[in-house]
Design a binder for this molecule. Structure first.
Ligand code: FAD
Length: 409
């Protein structure tokens, strides 16, 4: 490959991995970044839109503003075609973009697993708009009717955090029934079993029923049918069932089969094309790493460095992920910190989860300019303010702050 003085770099997808990469790349390079949406979305805290303790604005950042600050071009559009061999892409609005290197960070898409009626009658849980819509629907249902049954499909991280937020706001409301359905034999199946036990213990006095080892076979307007034959009445069905690889990956030649994530070498270069790097959830690395925001950020930074090295004719470096503890919120009832197989639980840990959110947002949008400083202040007030006020005014909540404990594995 010939090395241009000012290589043209195209980034497709501008959330955790893509935005971090763009901010790492020098403005001296010819960087164009394309995303179909105008704003970056902080997905790990979107469950808080369900209870309304955060607003959509708290979780979003303007991509145009951040890219302008980084000295790059932002295009709000969808990449419809990508031809790695020719080094060209075409957007849905018809713009043709030539590139020397492309970074693909398109993430995953919601998966309804072909369940009958799921796409039509359940609300997905994958974006700020999705969760804001769930929050609005819950408020309207709670205001209109006495009996209210909500089914959450999926008892993984998203399902558990969603349940926690509904309990935060509505657990004292009479007539509420909550159902969580998961095909595993326990909640948060990828995490230590202590989490499942603790969540069930907390929920014992609450109107929650767990349907584990059960799959949803169909969803209708007012009911969810399980593989056991049981039919659960549902005024609102929330689908947190999982993510799959987007169809763009095989269409662009980055995987051989539909439904597969794009295989990458340890340098994050596509296994099939030298001039394409793939980072974040879309990448299938040989190492067993989970699809997490912090890995997407690390991969984005690493891919940017490797593109820079490759463009200068140097050897790209193998990616070395560094694992972080996982923080799982359960509304205002508790927060879990998972370090390897150890689990610590306590309401005070909610401040740690909020701290990660605040630090990541401030890192992506440093408060050196008035617009960024105002946005940071708003996030602080709604975040730490919204958390501190109910704790200070409720003696029971204040006393619970001291109850941080290690759970038995
Ligand atoms: C509800 C929820 C809770 C989560 N909680 C946590 C958590 O607590 N901790 C954690 O670490 N991680 C969490 N995650 C996972 C984390 O959000 C993802 O790992 C992370 O978002 C992946 O980043 P990414 O940049 O690879 O992809 P994404 O964030 O999915 O971004 C992909 C981007 O590509 C764009 N795009 C896609 N196709 C095209 C196209 N053809 N043209 C233009 N643009 C395109 C999309 O618009 C999007 O902006 C959670 C995820 C969800 C959904």
């Amino acid at each position: 490959m010939t090395h241009r003085a000012r290589p043209r770099i195209l980034i497709v997808g501008l959330n955790f991995a893509g935005l971090t990469a763009a901010q790492k790349l020098s403005p001296c390079l010819g960087v164009t970044a394309v995303d179909r949406c105008a704003t970056f979305e902080y997905l790990p805290n979107i469950h808080e839109l369900v209870s309304g303790i955060k607003s959509p604005a708290n979780l979003r950042l303007s991509r145009r503003r951040l890219l302008r600050r980084a000295g790059h071009r932002f295009l709000q559009d969808t990449v419809a075609e990508l031809d790695p061999a020719a080094g060209t892409a075409r957007t849905a609005s018809g713009e043709r973009i030539g590139f020397d290197y492309c970074l693909v960070t398109v993430g995953g898409v919601n998966d309804f697993f072909g369940v009958e009626g799921a796409c039509r009658f359940s609300l997905p849980f994958k974006s700020v708009d999705d969760c804001a819509a769930i929050g609005a629907r819950l408020r309207s249902l709670a205001a209109r009717q006495r009996e209210l049954s909500v089914v959450i499909v999926g008892g993984g991280l998203e399902g558990v955090e969603c349940l926690g937020e509904i309990l935060r706001r509505y657990r004292k409301r009479r007539g509420l029934r909550l159902h969580v359905v998961d095909k595993s034999d326990r909640l948060l199946a990828a995490e230590p079993a202590a989490l499942d036990r603790e969540i069930r213990r907390i929920c014992e006095p609450l109107p929650v029923r767990f349907h584990t080892r059960r799959s949803v076979v169909s969803v209708a307007e007012r009911e969810v049918r399980l593989d056991s034959g049981e039919v659960v009445g549902s005024d609102l069905t929330i689908w947190t069932g999982g993510a799959r690889a987007p169809e763009t990956l095989p269409a662009w030649g980055l995987t051989e089969r539909s439904g597969e994530w794009a295989p990458v070498r340890d340098t994050l270069q596509s296994a099939l094309y030298d001039n394409v790097f793939v980072a974040g959830d879309a990448a299938e690395l040989g190492k067993p790493i989970t699809k997490q925001g912090y890995f997407a950020i690390q991969m984005g930074e690493w891919a940017a460095d490797n593109i820079r090295l490759t463009a200068r004719g140097l050897r790209p470096r193998p990616f070395r992920p560094s694992r972080r503890p996982t923080l799982i919120a359960f509304g205002d009832l508790t927060t879990f910190l998972v370090v390897g197989r150890k689990v610590i639980a306590g309401t005070a840990l909610a401040a740690a989860k909020e701290g990660v959110f605040q630090a990541t947002m401030a890192g992506l949008d440093p408060p050196f300019r008035p617009v960024s400083f105002v946005a940071l202040q708003e996030r602080w007030w709604s975040g730490f303010g919204g958390m501190a006020l109910p704790t200070v005014i409720s003696p029971a909540a204040f006393l619970r702050l001291g109850e941080v404990r290690l759970l038995d594995g």
